[in-house]
Ligand binder design. Structure first.
Ligand SMILES: [Zn+2]
Length: 423
């Protein structure tokens, strides 16, 4: 028997919620997150009902609705449009294109299933109970995300130890989804990533999210190999400083390598605010301001049903927070339950005392923060470059000991160059 309902929603959280509501009402449904594939899947599956989100990357719900209703093979399929946008114009277009119903988000949970049942009853389809174990559709099967640290050291003007197993390159972390490459920061570590990209030729589009424009987060752009190749597109996202647009800041960062000329690669700029963005099908990025001098962002990435938070320059106040210092709470809300958190752990508690209010954290405060917010795996990054390996080894041990002593269900690692992780 064909699947009665197909839900097309790029947002895994809303999509899953929709599935649950449908299943509670006694129907079978599958979720399709990639709007570009939806039409083919709908044609093949011939569902009784399709539920379409309006705002999706790739193809929007109204265009998809129009295509379905214009195709004789799918024209008879009942359609519900759901959207957070509730403008009259959208509703009118949805109904004009032939949608049976327009439902506003957030859903009225109680009546949602009932509305679906009503629409399907007119089709003569009786609800049937299914067990949750049958409800995991192929479209929900998730792939692993592959994460690599290419650099994660802070850089200071002070003389630092010459050799280190943890690496001296500055901030750059990549996240590979099955189809996309997302990169955080362009410190000197990005040159290693760039070299590997040129060798593998695997991704021609690189999505780069910059936290801010301090030197140790952009210094790698000038020497980035893929920037010299016209076959590549660099999508660069970041926050504008009040006095400098993003594009100008990037042009300055490229200057040591390219002079006044723009690099040969294609450049796309995305100015971000504190907001959530659907950057690619099934990939949501939430940008938030971090507690660090100047305009600095942290990022929460949701893809493949996983959540990764990247916040390398951020001062957690910990137990000493005053009533006005609510940053820990705000950040906690954004990080809670993350599978992986990269967070500033620049200082030992003693050195933190000497560097309070500089926008960096003690690693102990970061461990406590992660433990309290039920993070699964904390990777401490942005260690001060003056620490030698023996000090960093001790930091790693002390961080683990702290988590154990406090009873946190938390894995803690100290970031180092070349570290590969899978979530
Ligand atoms: Zn900084």
């Amino acid at each position: 028997m064909a699947t009665p309902i197909i839900v097309v929603d790029d947002d895994p959280i809303v999509g899953t919620l929709t599935l649950e509501l449908i299943q509670e009402a006694g129907f079978t449904a599958i979720l399709v997150q990639d709007s570009l594939k939806a039409q083919d899947i709908i044609k093949k599956e011939k569902p009784r009902l399709v539920i379409l989100d309006i705002l999706m990357p790739g193809i929007d719900g109204l265009t998809l609705l129009h295509r379905l209703k214009s195709d004789p093979e799918t024209a008879k399929i009942k359609t519900i449009i759901v959207s957070g946008k509730s403008f009259a114009a959208e509703k009118d277009r949805a109904l004009q294109y032939g949608a049976e119903l327009f439902i506003e988000k957030p859903y009225e949970v109680d009546s949602f299933g009932q509305k679906i049942a009503e629409i399907l009853k007119t089709e003569g389809v009786e609800p049937r109970q299914i067990s949750p174990s049958h409800s995991a559709p192929a479209a929900l099967m998730r792939s692993d995300l592959k994460i690599t640290i290419w650099g994660c050291r802070a850089s200071s003007a002070a003389a630092s130890p010459a050799a280190t197993l943890y690496g001296k390159r500055t901030s750059c972390v990549s996240v590979e989804t099955p189809r996309h490459l997302i990169v955080f920061d362009a410190g000197s570590g990005i040159s290693l990533l760039g070299k590997e990209l040129m060798e593998s030729g695997k991704f021609k589009d690189v999505w780069l999210f910059l936290t801010h424009f301090h030197h140790d987060h952009i210094e790698g752009l000038a020497g980035l190999p893929v920037a010299r190749d016209a076959a590549y597109t660099l999508h660069i996202a970041g926050a504008s400083d009040p006095d400098k647009p993003l594009e100008d800041a990037i042009a300055e960062a490229f200057e040591p390598g390219f002079g006044e000329q723009a690099p040969p690669c294609r450049l796309e700029f995305y100015e971000l605010r504190e907001e959530s963005y659907e950057i690619l099908p099934g990939v949501r990025m939430t940008a938030f301001y971090s507690n660090h001098p100047g305009t600095a962002l942290g990022y929460s990435l949701q893809a493949e049903d996983r959540k990764i938070v990247y916040c390398p320059d951020s001062e957690i106040y910990g137990e000493d927070a005053t009533a006005l210092q609510d940053y820990d709470e705000k950040l906690g809300g954004l990080c809670r339950g993350a599978d992986l958190l990269f967070h500033d752990g620049r200082y030992t508690p003693e050195d933190y005392e000497a560097n309070r209010n500089s926008g960096h954290s003690s690693f102990i405060a970061a461990v406590d923060f992660a433990g309290r917010n039920r993070i699964k795996h904390l990777v401490l990054v942005h260690q001060d470059d003056r620490y030698a390996d023996d000090e960093l080894d001790k930091m790693a041990k002390d961080a683990e000991a702290r988590a154990a002593e406090k009873g946190y269900k938390l894995k803690v690692s100290l970031g180092r160059e070349g570290l590969n992780l899978t979530v």
